[in-house]
Ligand binder design. Structure first.
Ligand code: MOS
Length: 714
């Protein structure tokens, strides 16, 4: 399948043939995951599967109150449990240096700022003893009243200067209020999304070992460079004294994008007991300490002429952050780049609540925001009597309305047309609630997708070995996406050799530092550095005379300058169009997605197999968000009620019946040497709106509050 036909007879000593037949597969070839066999045979090891000699286990104790102060912690019974070695609390835990992310200041204070915050850590010879010990810890609190409920009239709401990612809290074009007052057709609706939890299959886990002043940690995360630097900062040591390894990661979806408390706890405990410590967060504890997508309440107002041309648009988001961490779900930031509208504004209003800290969850911002905007566009289509695909095409902008810059490439209209063709949208009867098959009402819906193109500076090294092999070293992280495979393809192409001759080393902070596997930026950022290193190596190689030195030829690069010099003149986003067909059972109210079809314009696709998996995986997550997912804030306890996979429902295979992802061949020279845009997140953007719009078409019921449970359509 790989397209790599020949390992080639010539090693570096005889030199590759520049411009000649190289055996390197074209970009886009469906190379199979290089670690696929290791994974399916169980040979691939994850963070909790390393067993250093004398390793012990840790189990954290979560706070059972939402706000207050610990007045007493009783640990005697825990210490009396057979096998328990230590109980760390704010009284005896090592002091950590200050860090910007206060969720990492574990066991530093008796203050409790949300329910589920860790208040103690039990370390024991066995996992069972650690768990028993944790159950025996008793805390007394001086409880303070907590405030955990998001309300659009909360007196604490304010407009932040900045949202997640450095976006403005509020933006405007023209004069919305005047245009809105005189708009012939209007839509004014409020959409609600509950808190959502990432829940990767592999929990957050770490195995930490101190050796003198050196710390080595196997940790499940999306970027070990950041974890290394943060641990060094917290423990007051040099980054060179810390090695963080994430060879395989069982998903993250953003929740492993920044260092998390478990890794700090594991490192702390290992230093205290003088033995390696393994800590795997119990799933019931994850929901409170690894982040979630904050609930949002979004009011969208669309003003239009009778033909559907937009004259006014306002997208106003109400959401929360925790008191510990500044993270605001930037739900309206993509809105101004979507449609041609002369008068528009976006506003985020945020309140500090005594809740677990929200953070990144796949397409933070765009995923939430496009449910609201793309549902509202469907409502406008109905109000104007314009086909929903035609409505979007009619409002296509020439340049980015938000920045005034040209798009580096866009192709949203092409995605809509290609999707409509493949889906069989033509001739659709717009009337809701009229297609019936027995007990089932049937409907179809469409929505657009957008995700920005991010690229980060990165370092990499390429080595030509006398054996004829090449090594590329870059601290990328493969969180299950296929990064290892894609980087191998990029390197092989740049070196003009078959991929079998290239080994990519990633997932270890001793490698040249790289950015996080987040923001769909991995391939563009790491790939750029890998490509630059390999091209430079090839040039050096061609200049080289005589045999290679024993340790080969090595080239090191840093893309900071290239990245800095790119992308100032263009608005850069990936786009897509999603189509859904749903059935709604008139007796049970159950909505099922019969078909889901997406067409994306995401620049150059490097590996069609792994790209397809990324798209359909994200679309599945969007389906899950539309129909099932949601965390309920319990105002009495001050925490989310769902803390396991029995109560937090996600789509299973049986829920995903027919899902297709396609993409346009898109040439975009304004991005990076590969022309890649990033594909990890765009697939979830717009999916829920396409499904909700299809539910309206099926039933005539407009569901504006997710998830689409039976009670909402009956
Ligand atoms: Mo993605 S939510 O940026 O890991």
């Amino acid at each position: 399948m790989s397209g790599a036909t020949s390992a080639g007879a010539s090693g570096p000593t005889s030199g590759p043939t520049p411009g000649g037949a190289s055996g390197a597969p074209a970009l886009g070839a469906p190379l199979q995951r290089l670690e696929g066999r290791e994974k399916v045979t169980g040979a691939a090891r994850y963070a909790a599967e390393y067993f250093p000699p004398r390793c012990v286990h840790a189990w954290p104790v979560p706070a059972t109150e939402a706000k207050g102060r610990i007045s007493a912690l009783h640990v005697d019974r825990a210490l009396a449990e057979p096998g328990v070695l230590a109980v760390l609390t704010h009284d005896n835990a090592p002091r950590l240096a200050e860090t910007e992310d206060r969720t990492l200041a574990v066991l530093q204070s008796p203050r409790v700022l949300h329910r589920g915050q860790h208040i103690a850590l039990v370390v024991a010879e066995t996992l069972e003893a650690a768990r028993e010990g944790a159950a025996a810890v008793r805390a007394e609190y001086t409880v303070e009243p907590h405030d955990v409920e998001l309300r659009a009239d909360h007196p604490g709401l304010y407009v932040p200067d900045e949202d997640n990612g450095g976006f403005d809290g509020a933006r405007s074009i023209g004069d919305f209020d005047t245009a809105w007052a005189s708009a012939p057709v209007t839509v004014d609706a409020v959409y609600r999304i509950p808190a959502l939890h990432n829940h990767p299959m592999e929990p957050h886990a770490a195995t930490a070992v101190w050796d003198g002043g050196r710390l080595t940690v196997h940790d499940s995360n999306q970027g070990t460079t950041a974890v290394q630097r943060t641990l060094a900062e917290l423990f007051g040591i040099e980054a060179e004294q810390v090695t963080v390894i994430a060879e395989h990661v069982g998903g993250g979806f953003g929740s492993k994008g920044t260092p998390r408390p478990h890794v700090v706890l594991a490192a702390m405990a290992a230093r205290e007991v003088g033995r390696p410590v393994k800590l795997s967060l119990p799933r019931a504890q994850m929901a409170a300490v690894v982040g979630h997508r904050a609930a949002t309440e979004q009011r969208v107002r669309l003003g239009a002429r009778p033909d559907g041309r937009l004259t006014a648009l306002a997208h106003e988001v109400v959401t929360y952050r925790s008191t510990l961490r500044a993270f605001v779900e930037q739900a309206a930031t993509a809105t101004l780049s979507m449609y041609a509208v002369p008068h528009a504004r976006t506003v985020h209003r945020v309140v500090h609540l005594d809740v677990p800290s929200p953070s990144w969850m796949r397409a933070p911002g765009e995923c939430s925001g496009m449910f609201a905007l793309e549902s509202a566009m469907d409502e406008l289509a109905a109000a104007c009597g314009v086909d929903p695909v035609a409505l979007r095409v009619r409002n296509e902008p020439d340049t980015d309305p938000d920045t005034g810059r040209p798009f580096s490439s866009r192709h949203l209209v092409e995605c809509l047309h290609e999707g409509a063709r493949r889906f069989g949208w033509g001739g659709r009867d717009p009337r809701p609630g009229v297609r019936r098959e027995g007990r089932l009402l049937v409907g179809t819906g469409v929505a657009a997708s957008i995700y920005p193109v991010f690229v980060m500076p990165c370092r990499a090294q390429a080595v030509a070995e006398p054996s004829g092999r090449y090594r590329v070293r870059v601290n990328a992280t493969d969180i299950g996406t296929g990064a290892r495979t894609v980087l191998t393809q990029i390197a092989a192409r740049a070196l003009r050799v078959p991929p079998e001759r290239v080994s990519v080393e990633l997932g270890c902070s001793d490698l040249p530092p790289a950015s996080v596997a987040g923001g769909s930026s991995g391939t563009a950022s790491w790939g750029w550095a890998a490509e630059l290193a390999c091209r430079t190596l090839l040039r050096r190689f061609e200049e080289h005379e005589g045999p290679l030195p024993g340790d080969g030829l090595t080239v090191s690069v840093d893309t900071s300058e290239e990245v800095e010099a790119t992308g100032k003149e263009h608005a850069r986003h990936a786009f897509g169009a999603q189509f859904a067909e749903v059935t709604v059972d008139v007796d049970t109210g159950e909505t099922a997605v019969r078909r889901l079809l997406g067409v994306f314009a995401a620049g150059r696709v490097i590996n069609s197999r792994t790209a397809h998996s990324q798209f359909i995986g994200a679309m599945t997550m969007g389906l899950s968000m539309a129909l099932m997912e949601g965390s309920t804030m319990d105002p009495a306890f001050g925490d989310h009620a769902e803390r396991d996979l029995a109560s937090y429902h996600i789509a299973a295979c049986a829920d995903v019946r027919d899902i297709q992802a396609h993409w346009l061949e898109e040439e975009d020279r304004h991005l990076n040497p590969m022309g890649a845009k990033g594909i990890g997140e765009i697939g979830i953007v717009g999916t829920a709106a396409a499904i909700a719009n299809a539910v309206h078409h099926a039933t005539g019921v407009r569901v504006r509050t997710l998830p689409i449970h039976p009670d909402k359509v009956l």
